[in-house]
Design a protein around this ligand. Sequence first.
Ligand code: IVH
Length: 699
Amino acid sequence: MKYSQDQVHQLMRSTHTLLGHNEFNEKAWMAHLVGVLEFHEYRYYVLHEPLISDSEYDKLYHGLKKLESAFPGQALPNSPTQRVSKDLTDSFDTVRHTVPMLSLDNSYDLGDLQEFDRKLRELAQVQRVEYAVEPKLDGSSIALVYENDKLVRAATRGDGEQGEDVTANVMTISSVPLVAAFSALGIQKVELRGEIVIARKVFAAINAEREVNGEKSLANPRNASAGGLRVKDPREARRRGLDALIYQIGYAVDKTGADLLHTLFTQHSNNMLALAKLGFKVPRDQSKVCMGIEEVHAFIAAWETRREVYEYETDGMVIKANDRQVQDQAGFTAHHPRWAIAYKFKAKQATTTLLEVEFQVGRTGAITPVAKVRPTELAGVTISSISLHNEDIIRQKDLMLGDAVLIERAGDVIPYVVKSMAELRDGTQRPIVFPRQCPACGSHTKRLEGEAALRCDNPTCPAQMEERIIHFVSKDGMDIEGLGRDIVKRFYALGLISGLGDIYSLDLRSIGQLEGWGARSVERLAQGIEESKTRGPERLLYALGIRHVGATTARTLMQAVGHVLDLQNMDMDALTALPDIGPKVAKSIVEFFGNKANTELIAYLGSKGVVLEKQAQSGQSNALQGKKFLFTGTLVKMGRTEAERLVEAHGGAVLGGVSKNLDYLVAGEKAGSKLDKARGIASIRIITEDEFLQMIAAG
Ligand code: IVH
């Protein structure tokens, strides 16, 4: 190990200090930054074990670049911005690329893209540019040389001029043709550029296997592909499940040595098609040719939402002028083409410090550990709290207070802690202790057999009640405008609301006296409460927060009965006969309605005008109220779904199978086993389709 444990700690302290600074405007930071970047490059390129995310590295790197441009000519010789050779190790032969492998300029928003487009139009002297847009694959770049149809060399990018010869390893990759019919196109020698990647699925499988073998798991598919390309033993390389996708032709000549790029390969999208026909894997299905930069931006926006389901990891999109002519007009800088640009997605990962763990009591009494972390930006939002779910997860991830942690937010999903960096511990970290008492009411906490959650079993626990009220008034619940989470908390603390019933007997006069409350806001609240009364029994049932009863179950239940309180009469058998209701859910419902306090609460809500009964809407009636139906055989006058909808519209319910809870079996033509079974149960009436329609008409 090049760095001692002490150096690692010191460098990580510097890293975090630097990351916390937005402006690196002092020359003194320069040497500091260079040292830190060198360290992270070593971790990344040599050990393949980064301690910070890529975007954090980029942030530091850009900070250094900015600083260096403020002090021209004074960049340190060991600065990573000065160094050309990025990943050359001495174990592979160094080879020179036929033409240099350039990098790409980066963009981050529509403004950047518009600027790129504006410059390109100016350079190419055109009104509009046709762009080819494709995923930016997150792996390691490769250059493949084919001569006389045979793969003769594969090299890594290296410093762009020279790379490492990894031919033996690349030859193990099944998606790289060893022979391709270039000669049929008159091509004698060609150099293709692409990316070595590992599919997410393959990556997950590799890590699972490594775990079984007691090996360290690989950080991400990109590190795994970079590592896989460089393993010494080609058989081991094959075991890594590498894949190659081609995205560019760098060089092509015929047997006289004449250039073909400008005669044969004149359009990027066509080039990709030609390569696909020759047997190469290209990201064609994920690509699009767009007219103008606005269309490009729309495609990128649509793509970003699909990003997580794509087979390979991507860190952005690449936008290329589709026509060779435009490309030639624009040309290159020393670093990148002026006709192409990368659009980087917002960073999904960041590192931060786990400061504290809070234990929050939910409405069902489950106690959830919530990590308080040093506020950090992640995919466009500042993160300071992250749910840790339960004790098992904390143990699995080996988390301690004070740990450096890697956090991630994929797509629009809630952030989570990926792992702790145990090797950065300096002895000040402390274990996370689970409370033996409920942090809100002090009663003993329990962990039930087979359950991951720690719970507070006190039904009168104030924290649970508060959460229940918040759930009740929430958007998906009774949706009471003017009564959000914070207001509930305030009213609860003031004793203005202590239970769900209190919402409908609120002392609006006292509220009008509170600081920040005027006649207008009181009026709005009163109106919000009034409106909530008509949400209907289905929403009410969900809002009551019965364990395991979500919106879907609430709907199923209210399809079976006409009045919320009818549910008191349903036993385990009746409930489990309903679609998708299992014993666990049924038990919870029976328990809830078996508790007098709950039924009294519902009756009280009813007395205040909250609608507890299903309303008959136009085209609906109560003709089939409370009756349970099942259809079998072929119906002649309507489809199965239509028939089921009719039952529900008229107050009945549809069951999933024949049981003694069934009232009517509607038997169509060619009815089979259900009819036989129903005949064996005396309480079931078997009727025809016409009789069914007559029942509705009669109602
Ligand atoms: S084109 C001259 N297309 O991104 C144009 N590059 O930051 C050269 N990359 O080193 C690049 N997906 O390894 C191109 N569809 C794609 C790409 C792609 C990933 C990588 C490539 C390059 C880096 C530039």
